[in-house]
Design a protein around this ligand. Sequence first.
Ligand code: ARG
Length: 458
Amino acid sequence: MNLWGGRFTGETDKHFAAFNASFRFDRRLIFADLRACAVHARALGRAGVLQQSEVAAITEGLKKIGEMAAEPGFLDRPEFAATEDVHSFIESRLVELIGQTGYKLHTARSRNDQVAVATRLFLREEIAALDDVMRDTQRAIIELAERYAADPLPGYTHLQKAQPVLFAHFLLAYFQMLSRDRARMADVKMRVNVLPLGSGALAGTNFPVDREWMAAELGFDSVTRNSLDAVSDRDYIIEFVNASAMTMMHLSRLAEDLIIYSTQEFGFIKLGDAISTGSSLMPQKKNPDSLELIRGKSARVFGHLTAALTMTKGLPLAYNKDLQEDKEALFDTIDTLTDSLRVTATVLRNIELNRDHARAAAISDYTNATDLADYLVRKGLEFRKAHEVIGRIVVYAIEQGKELAELTIDECRRFSPLFDEDIFEAISLESSLAGKKQTGGTAPEHVRQELAKAKADL
Ligand code: ARG
């Protein structure tokens, strides 16, 4: 039986009924909905709308439904297949279990505030669970960074070799991104954690339910201040998907870096068998499918963000059924982000750095040219002029097929009299790294501190 039969004399078209139904996916809200239902029942008791015996019967019934729903396969039973949504599902089971009193539960409530409170409760807990997964991904970053704490590789701009950095410094860049992502999620959670129950369908309710009490009982920080807004607001979902999209974008960038670094052309890292796949045709192949999927799945979360914004932009106040479309986007965002974070952590735990190759690459192709320019600055030359001199030396070195460290002091002096024997020390890989010791730089001593700080922050 549906929740709105009285006004109708005709039957619902069966294709439309299936189109309209959301139970197939919104059943995921059932435990959150049941908790909100139980508090709503008690609020009705406190308001004198329900007798204590009725509250007790409803509470007991809701508890039983929770137990049944927890049984594997229960919600998949064929007799429930035609259920409209999780809210009508709960009411139908309640009436089956406790009789007519079950019909009283919907007093002072609409599915509009019911779905909003259930979704907010659900999402609040999902965000808490996601934070654990994000932290574990950060932990995997730290583990890998600690394993190779002193190993360099080239840093890039424009995907052209730029300057040497520590592999740990590269990894900690992603640690920072995930820290911001976690802060963003915590911020979203504050706006998720507001109680909409008591807003009715759109105007509020005639019954004196104590909204502040319900909020406290359900662990919400506050109550919504406008019923029209409360039942039609999906900002908290959009914000969550937005924060998730940002995290997916970060994971995707990391995936791309690691894919590139694992190619034969770069060869800085080896990806373990556990997170790679082979080719059905080419026997020699080992492909980074794990990382490619993370990169690919970022696209679907961006899609959910666009869908959620687009779904909402033309809606007149207050509730409209369009809003039911929020759920699959929300659930898929949670699942995609959770899986992608987990796989990222697993990939990080299955990476080996090709130390020698990465080190050799870090100091070849003139990655120390900037250090040589800085050397001339320390000898008194203006930076712009030093830049010019080193640029010309690089052209010369390329012609000679030599690295800067392979030039003789006489060759260097042809470009500037300021060069001395100490240049070789100045442009060594070690000095290049050690020099960058300002906060945020790649000096080993600083990276070690950052690593310790990152670990402490977790
Ligand atoms: N399944 C609906 C949703 O997710 C629940 C609210 C239904 N409200 C209504 N007025 N039809 O949005």
